[in-house]
Write a protein that binds this ligand. Structure first.
Ligand SMILES: [Zn+2]
Ligand SMILES: [Zn+2]
Length: 330
């Protein structure tokens, strides 16, 4: 059977949602075009932007770097750089850093500078140091939560220093659909507002963009495999009690009868976020002055639980992160 797009090469991939049968060339071209169209239609990247590409080391982030690298010449007057944040637990450090050479090479190929930043230099503590303090005090906070909360803050802080106007993350269609599903199942309508806030240009948050958000994970995996991007997916050891893990299988099952279910969920979430956004007000954290929907931001809450709030705020002041209206703890 021949590719339905070029009609020349044999078809190697069946795209169920559209009924296309594609050769690898046409599949790759269509992924690049989809990313390009998403960027254009949503004005994700515009002239004058300095876009930082977040590299976790997983295949999705490497594919993001590869696709944006290829699109670079079409992005006029745009500066690209790539970065990795090293949270500092032995496992993820080893995993991420084992890829650093590959990332550096890939980035270099497209003329994109690449940097590695650590939690230790931003917060004064590694994720594991924070987690161990929290756990020792009998509190239950998931490692993924600690990583996620601190990583988001670290990106904003580093980005402000480096003059980033956008941070590109590798979230794909499957991630987006899972997030929506998870929030619906947990009855967590406020989370939608907060996702919208992260996407907006609220105060001192750097705008997040997700150029791969309309690309299925499966297509990313094929792209990675055939373009020589390492696929070895060493999952985070804490992933198995993460609720997302089960959702992955549930969505795959639903897809059997509803080939567009992931698109539907993702666009449902986006539209809901626009509706919820209006009602949410923003405040500043009473300790550090960061933008938050609550009294105390989640970063300060974590450091408070770990008994390290004072140390964290001192570090923040020393590095010039404290907002002018932040209170001091003495
Ligand atoms: Zn083709
Ligand atoms: Zn705070």
């Amino acid at each position: 059977m021949l590719c339905t797009s070029c009609g020349k090469r044999p078809a190697q991939y069946f795209r169920r949602s559209s009924g296309e049968r594609l050769c690898l060339n046409c599949l790759f071209a269509s992924i690049e075009e989809r990313v390009w169209r998403t960027i254009r239609e949503e004005k994700m990247i515009e002239p004058g932007d300095k876009v930082a590409i977040a590299i976790s080391g997983g295949k999705d982030s490497l594919v993001l770097l590869d696709v944006l690298g290829r699109l670079k010449k079409r992005l006029r007057d745009v500066e690209l750089e790539a970065f990795t944040i090293n949270e500092g637990h032995p496992y993820s450090c080893f995993y991420r850093m084992s890829r650093a050479d590959f990332v550096r090479e890939l980035a270099e190929k497209y003329g994109v500078p690449y940097f590695v930043f650590t939690f230790k230099e931003v917060f004064g503590f590694t994720a594991l140091e924070v987690a161990e303090r929290i756990w020792k005090r009998g509190e239950h906070v998931h490692m993924c939560t600690i990583d996620g909360v601190l990583r988001r803050r670290a990106m904003n802080l580093i980005g402000k220093k480096r003059g980033w106007t956008k941070i590109a993350t590798a979230h794909n269609l499957d991630d987006e659909a899972q997030t929506v599903m998870l929030n619906v199942l947990m009855g967590n309508i406020k989370r939608f507002a907060w996702y919208a806030a992260e996407d907006s240009e609220e105060k001192d948050l750097i705008k997040r963009i997700k150029p791969l958000k309309k690309v299925r994970e499966e297509e990313i995996a094929i792209y990675a495999y055939y373009r020589g991007i390492p696929l070895m997916e060493l999952e985070c050891p804490y992933v198995y009690d993460n609720p997302r893990y089960g959702l992955k299988f549930l969505l795959a099952e639903l897809e059997g009868d509803m080939p567009n279910v992931k698109y539907n969920l993702a666009s449902f979430g986006e539209r809901l976020a626009e509706l919820v956004r209006v009602e949410e007000g923003y405040r500043r954290c009473k300790y550090c002055g960061a933008v938050t929907a609550r009294d105390v931001c989640r970063v300060c809450e974590l450091f408070e639980k770990a008994g390290l709030l004072k140390e964290y705020l001192e570090k923040a002041r020393e590095l010039g992160y404290l907002q002018p209206n932040a209170t001091t703890l003495v």
